[in-house]
Design a binder for this molecule. Sequence first.
Ligand SMILES: Cc1cc2nc3c(=O)[nH]c(=O)nc-3n(C[C@H](O)[C@H](O)[C@H](O)COP(=O)(O)OP(=O)(O)OC[C@H]3O[C@@H](n4cnc5c(N)ncnc54)[C@H](O)[C@@H]3O)c2cc1C
Length: 437
Amino acid sequence: MTPPNIFTSDFAERPHWWDLAAPEACEQGDLPPSADVAIVGSGYTALVAALHLARAGRSVLVLEAELAGHGASRRNAGYLGRTLKRSFTWLEEHHGAEFATRVYRELDAARQWVFTLVAELGIQCHIAQPGRFIGATSEAHYNDLAQELEVMRRRLGYPYEMIAPMDLRRELASDAYKGGAVIPDLGAIHPALYHQGLLKAARKAGVRVFTHTPVTGLARDGKEIKVATARGAVTAREAIVATNGYTPRHVSWLARRVIPFEGFMAATEELSPALMAKLIPNGRTVIDSNVNINFIRPAPDCAKILFGGQTGSKPRDLRDMGQRLHAMISELLPDLAGVRLSRVWKGQCAGTFDFMPHIGRHDGLWYAMGYNFAGVPMGSYLGLKLAQRILGKDEGASVFGTTPFPTLPFYGGNPWFVPLAMRWFDWKDARFARKGT
Ligand SMILES: Cc1cc2nc3c(=O)[nH]c(=O)nc-3n(C[C@H](O)[C@H](O)[C@H](O)COP(=O)(O)OP(=O)(O)OC[C@H]3O[C@@H](n4cnc5c(N)ncnc54)[C@H](O)[C@@H]3O)c2cc1C
């Protein structure tokens, strides 16, 4: 029997977001021989750093291997949270209360920073604060969530509301969760329009953005950095590597520290307003309480549901991934079982061995990366911190620059173990659901 066609006639293997803001070609001529700062990559990290350096009078080159915004910054889900794979309680137990507090304060500062920047630059990118619903995948997860959120409310003042299982449909047209929690102050954004606005602002401030300009080598030469590109060489006083999940192997010290993995998303076809209101009545972003999350949100620019999951898995191709994501969403939101998909896409994320983002400088190269699926706020925030550090400002200090950036013996940047690690996280979550420990 042939499987039903789950793809619309205008189906495309590209991000939903690119309908309004596709990656852009910028300068493609000769590179200048020198610059104050050369930045590898053109995502949020690169552009926020570039904008603030240019505003301080530095000559800045952004060097992008593909089109501007080719990376995760125009492919992500647009969740604006204060998210870390390490809980506050875990950090407190292992690193002390002061460290845990500093981390979670900065995560929230990052979230707020995006709102500030968007307002200041006047970027029209559907930024909003719809709040987030976290679906508990078991009773044990519900109790754990309640405990963790209560600790953060008491210590940090972060608000939340628990949603009992019988009230689940107030948040989601689903029976898949054992209740959950609402975090009312978390945000959402159209990630590609946000990126487009940053690109425009950076270029207006004088940043020169070169696309189709892969950086092929970075070498320290006295106090300067020699940047080799496919279009010739540039000498820079400072260089930033802002490549997160796309970090090239030749930047070996960083490639040994980030774990690239693929994130997948899909968009439904256009739905009726009534169905949209039924599916996610309060219009929140939705995730679940597992480590390997499924995530669902209403599109901010049309009546479609956007969702993702299967992170780090290895589909045959994007249509195969569409089939898997369709099966997943049909189980979570049964009203979508007969609905077709209009887009399926993927992007590269970066994990780290300690589950923390990192900012710093090694062998003359500045870097900020390893956002573990939270790079909309963290890339924007650490981009600012990079600029402040290069300008010698004290505000550039960050808790994410205070711990060693770990690697493992024999790891050279080949993330062969990611699918296995995801299965291990799934197993741990299933065991936690059964045993509660
Ligand atoms: C499917 C998906 C969903 C996600 N959802 C969320 C979310 O909801 N919320 C959230 O906070 N985060 C999310 N993320 C993560 C977030 O998108 C990233 O962490 C963030 O965009 C990273 O930004 P960046 O500027 O550091 O890097 P990127 O935007 O990835 O840019 C890196 C750039 O470096 C370029 N590059 C690489 N090598 C070279 C070279 N040699 N020369 C020149 N250029 C080079 C690449 O082409 C790329 O354009 C998601 C990611 C994915 C993939």
